[in-house]
Structures are given as structure tokens and as C-alpha cells.
Design a binder for this molecule. Structure first.
Ligand SMILES: Nc1ncnc2c1ncn2[C@@H]1O[C@H](COP(=O)(O)OP(=O)(O)O)[C@@H](O)[C@H]1O
Ligand SMILES: [Mg+2]
Length: 281
């Protein structure tokens, strides 16, 4: 049994996964995209039963997964799951179709139609890119005037996806979000991301604290992962004062350094054990 770790930049997470595998005498091959070209339809670059996708860049993660899968290899997460999770619209669409509660969301293809959508959702309104991460370009418009300025900036950025506006109701969270981890059919650990700011990403100053996982959150998380086809994932979940849990988005290559630091839970160990268990089937 062997794992290959696919990465572009080695962070704490990748080193921890390597260490966890070595501790369990599971062999790990490193596949560093900086030095390793990938043959499409050719021989796999390294020998392994399963490839763990850990690229920091989404473009690298998706393209390398597609190339590896072309040789018949199993990559976790698979390319479709990576593509779906990176796309907030696709994610929300599949989740709502599956009956999973999500924030009320509208997409608009022009400034005027975005203004109209905001009128329906009501202010303050959240505007964010369809594909983004670490809280970048996630904005809150208190009123029409602010929204107009946000949209204007966006339209002048040289990216067609920024010209599609994803608008959401502003969920009145209790000063925190929940980040839940799914590994296979388990929900081993969760944290709160606490912040005075409404954007709670730890990359933006949110503080991590251990969070409990009740039966409802566990079930919701597993159903979300199953719906999107992710095997290893970090879910953003909001607590709405009236509706309860709402799934906001899913990360298919999640950071987890802060989670391990505050909970002491051995997530890298769980990940390698999960990968090992799936190759033994
Ligand atoms: N509709 C919303 N209502 C309240 N807070 C939100 C909403 N959307 C995003 N946020 C806040 O902004 C953060 C970043 O938004 P998110 O959609 O997760 O994008 P990213 O991919 O950049 O993490 C969320 O974790 C949450 O704290
Ligand atoms: Mg997020």
C-alpha cells in the first residue's frame, strides 16, 4: 500500500501528512509539480495505490488531477469534486437540489440585474466571486450606493467570472462560522471561526476554537460531501438564528493547521488511515 502526495507548495499540512504516514509505516511518494511533468494517457509518474491532491493553487489541483486520472489512477479528491467545490454557484446549485439548506442566493449577469437582485434579497447584501477563497473579494453592501461601487470595480477587472455577480442574503451568524471536516464517511472534527468581522476566515483574522458536532451537523455534513462527491473536505457552515445550519461552501483541498492546533485532533493521521483503508477494499 502506498500513497502519492501531489503538491505545489509544501505547507505545514503536507509535511504533517507525510509525517503521519511515516509513523504508520505507510509509504509515501512525493509528486512535486514544480519538477514533475505529467504524461496524459501514459505511465503514472510514481507508483502508488492512491494519490492525495494537496495543491495550493486550484488551477494546479484541477489540472494535475485530470492528468493523473487519465492514466487510470485514483485521486482524492477526484477532478469533478474539485471543480464543483471550487465553483460556489455549482456547489450551491447541487446542494439546494439535494434539499440541503443554503443561504438565499441569486446570480446576476449585469450590473443592472444585480441591483435588481439585491432589491429582492434586501440589504445588507453579500457579493462574492463565484470562484474565490480565503475571503478574497467577499464584500458586504449596506445599501444601493455601496453595491453600485462594488459592482463597478468588479466589472472593470479583467476576468469574465467577476462579471457574474453572486449575491447572497447576509446571514446573521452569532459572531462565528463552523468549519467541519469530512473524511470518508466520518465527521471527525470541527472548529468555530470566531471574529469581530463578519468575514471569519482564519486567513483574515478569524480565531479558531474547538466546536462540538451534534447529530444534525454530522448528518448535514455527510450529505453535503456525498452530494458533491468529495471524500476529504472542509465545509463552511453558518448558524442562522431562525433556520439553523446553512451550508455556505466546501473546500476540496482544505487547510487544517489551525484545526489541529486548537483541537489536538490528529487530522493528518485520520486522512492517511482513510486513504489506506480505501485501497485495502
Ligand atoms: N451570505 C453570507 N452571510 C454572512 N457571512 C458570509 C456570507 N457569505 C460569506 N460570509 C463570510 O465570509 C467568509 C468568506 O466567504 P466564503 O463564501 O466562504 O468565501 P471563501 O471561499 O473566500 O472562503 C465566510 O466564511 C463567512 O464568514
Ligand atoms: Mg470559505
Amino acid at each position: 500500500m502506498g500513497i502519492a502526495l501531489v503538491y505545489d507548495i509544501a505547507r505545514w499540512e503536507e509535511r504533517a501528512i507525510l509525517e503521519a504516514a511515516r509513523k504508520r509505516s505507510i509509504s509515501v511518494e512525493l509528486l512535486h509539480l514544480e519538477t514533475q511533468p505529467l504524461t496524459v494517457n501514459g505511465k503514472p509518474p510514481v507508483e502508488a495505490d492512491v494519490y492525495l491532491q494537496r495543491c495550493l493553487s486550484h488551477a494546479n489541483a484541477l489540472s494535475s488531477t485530470i492528468a493523473l486520472e487519465s492514466t487510470g489512477l485514483r485521486v482524492v479528491n477526484n477532478s469533478r469534486a474539485i471543480a464543483v467545490a471550487h465553483d460556489k454557484l455549482w456547489t450551491l446549485a447541487l446542494l439546494s437540489k439535494a434539499g440541503i439548506p443554503t443561504p438565499r442566493t441569486v446570480i446576476a449577469f449585469s450590473e443592472s440585474s444585480a441591483m435588481k437582485a439585491a432589491g429582492t434579497l434586501g440589504y445588507p447584501v453579500v457579493v462574492k466571486p463565484i470562484n474565490g477563497s480565503w475571503g478574497r473579494l467577499v464584500s458586504l453592501a449596506e445599501d444601493e450606493e455601496t453595491l453600485r461601487v462594488i459592482l463597478e470595480h468588479r466589472v472593470y477587472m479583467n476576468n469574465p467570472f467577476l462579471k457574474i455577480h453572486l449575491l447572497q442574503e447576509f446571514v446573521r451568524k452569532p459572531g462565528r462560522d463552523i468549519r467541519v471536516f469530512v473524511v470518508g464517511d466520518e465527521v471527525p472534527v470541527a472548529i468555530y471561526r470566531v471574529s469581530d468581522h463578519w468575514v471569519t476566515n482564519t486567513a483574515r483574522g478569524g480565531r479558531a476554537q474547538p466546536a462540538p458536532i451534534d447529530g444534525e451537523l454530522r448528518e448535514l455534513s455527510l450529505k453535503t460531501a456525498e452530494t458533491l462527491g468529495v471524500e476529504i473536505a472542509g465545509l463552511d457552515v453558518f448558524e442562522d438564528p431562525e433556520r439553523g445550519y446553512l451550508v455556505n461552501e466546501v473546500n476540496a483541498v482544505p487547510d487544517f493547521r489551525n484545526t489541529v492546533a486548537v483541537t489536538g485532533y490528529d487530522l493528518p493521521g485520520r486522512i492517511v488511515e482513510y486513504l489506506a483503508s480505501t485501497t485495502r477494499r
